[in-house]
Ligand binder design. Structure first.
Ligand SMILES: Cc1ncc(COP(=O)(O)O)c(C=O)c1O
Length: 359
C-alpha cells in the first residue's frame, strides 16, 4: 500500500520529505553511531539540534527576544491548568472566550484554579459563529484573556484580537505555523505538536518573560514555566524524538518559503474546498459562518446522513483516510494542515464529486 492522503485532525499527516529524512538517519544520527532516540538530551549533538530547532521556530514566527520558547510534554491539555497556575497572581479571575469544544475544556480545567468570566459564548449556535471582538464582554481587571483561535472540532477560526491591556493567552494547537501572526500581541501561546509541528508528545509554549516567576509554591514544579525556561526545557528528560522531528518540520517549512508561502497555500486549499462544498447545490454543506471558517479543519455534512457510512468506506478505499467528523458534530471533517498538499485537496474534491453523481 502506498501513502494515503491523511485528513486526520491529529495526530495528523507529516511532510513526506521529513519522514524520509528521519528514516534515513533513524539508525545512525549525525555520525553518533546511534539513533537520536538513544542519546542523552545533555549531550552535545542533541543540544546543538535543540538549539537549531528553537532558532528555526523563532525565525519562522519572528518571535521577539523577550519571549521564551519551551519544549514541553503534557499536551495542550496540561496547559489548560499550567496557564492559570502561572498567571493567577495577575488577578482573581480570568476572561475566556467560549467558542467551541476546546475552549470549553480549557475553562473546565482553569475553573479549578482561578475565577472565570466568559466574554462570549457561542454554544447556543452550536459553535458555528464568533461574535466580533467589539461585542465581547471583557472585564477591566482580568488576570488574562484566553482564546482558542482555531476550534479544531467545529472548524471555527478567527484572527481578530481585542485591544486589551491584559495578556492574551492563545491555544494555537491547530493553527500554529499555518499563517503569520504577530507574537508581540500575545502573553502566552501554546500548542500541542501533533497537527502542524510534529508528533504527539511535544507541546510548544511561547511565553513573554515578564509573566514568569510568580508560580504558587504548592503547585507542581514542572508546570512552572520559569523552571522550564531556566533549564532550557530540560528540568527533566524532554521528548527528545518529538523535538528532533519538530526541528525537521521547521526546516521543511523554511524550505517551503516560510509562513507567508504556507499561508498562501493554506488559503488556496481551504478556498478550493469550501467553494466546492458551497457550489454542490446542497449535496454537501458546511454549517460555519463564512467569516470564521477554519483553513485547517473543514467539517461538512452530506445532504442525507444515510450515505455517511458508504462515503467513509469508499473514500477510505480510494486512499482518502480519516474523514469521519467528530462524534459531537457528525458528518465529515477534512483536516488540511500544512502537510496536506493541494493535490490531496483536489483528490478529495474529485472523490466527493464522483460520490455525489452516484449517490
Ligand atoms: C485546539 C485544541 N486544543 C487542545 C487540544 C488538546 O490537545 P492535547 O491532546 O495535545 O492535550 C486539541 C486537540 O486536538 C485541540 O485541537
Amino acid at each position: 500500500m502506498g501513502r494515503i492522503y491523511n485528513f486526520s485532525a491529529g495526530p495528523a499527516a507529516l511532510p513526506e520529505p521529513v519522514l524520509k529524512d528521519v528514516q534515513d538517519e533513524l539508525l545512525e544520527w549525525q555520525g553518533t553511531g546511534a539513533s537520536v532516540m538513544e542519546l542523552s538530551h545533555r549531550g552535545k549533538p542533541f543540544l546543538g539540534m535543540a538549539e537549531r530547532a528553537e532558532q528555526d521556530l523563532r525565525d519562522l514566527l519572528t518571535i521577539p527576544d523577550n519571549y521564551k520558547v519551551l519544549f514541553l510534554q503534557g499536551g495542550a491539555t496540561a496547559q489548560f491548568s499550567a496557564v492559570p497556575l502561572n498567571l493567577a497572581h495577575l488577578g482573581q479571575s480570568a476572561d475566556y472566550a467560549l467558542t467551541g469544544h476546546w475552549s470549553k475544556k480549557a475553562i473546565v480545567d482553569a475553573k479549578r484554579i482561578i475565577g472565570i468570566s466568559t466574554v462570549c459564548d457561542t454554544s447556543s449556535d452550536g459553535f458555528t459563529a464568533v461574535p466580533s471582538v467589539d461585542e465581547w464582554d471583557l472585564s477591566d481587571d482580568a488576570a488574562y484573556l484566553h482564546i482558542t483561535p482555531n476550534e479544531t472540532i467545529a472548524g471555527v477560526e478567527f484572527d481578530c484580537l481585542p485591544d486589551v491591556s491584559v495578556p492574551i493567552v492563545a491555544d494555537l494547537s491547530s493553527t500554529i505555523l499555518s499563517r503569520q501572526i504577530d507574537i508581540s500581541r500575545y502573553g502566552i501561546i501554546y500548542a500541542g505538536a501533533q497537527k502542524n509541528i510534529g508528533p504527539a508528545g511535544l507541546t510548544i509554549v511561547i511565553v513573554r518573560d515578564d509573566l514568569l516567576g510568580q508560580f504558587p509554591e504548592s503547585a507542581p514544579r514542572l508546570m512552572d514555566y520559569s523552571v522550564m525556561a531556566d533549564s532550557d526545557s530540560m528540568s527533566n528528560t524532554p521528548p527528545t524524538f518529538a523535538w528532533y522531528l519538530a526541528g525537521k518540520v521547521f526546516g521543511w517549512l523554511k524550505e517551503q518559503g516560510g509562513l507567508s508561502a504556507i499561508e498562501a497555500l493554506n488559503k488556496a486549499k481551504a478556498e478550493r474546498l469550501y467553494s466546492y462544498i458551497d457550489d454542490s447545490d446542497g449535496y454537501y454543506t458546511n454549517p460555519v459562518m463564512p467569516n470564521v471558517r477554519s483553513r485547517m479543519n473543514v467539517p461538512f455534512i452530506l445532504h442525507d446522513s444515510a450515505f455517511d457510512a458508504e462515503f467513509l468506506s469508499l473514500s477510505h478505499e480510494t486512499g482518502l483516510h480519516a474523514l469521519k467528523g467528530h462524534r459531537s458534530v457528525g458528518g465529515m471533517r477534512a483536516s488540511i494542515y500544512n502537510a496536506m498538499s493541494m493535490e490531496g485537496v483536489e483528490a478529495l474534491i474529485d472523490f466527493m464529486d464522483s460520490f455525489k453523481k452516484t449517490h
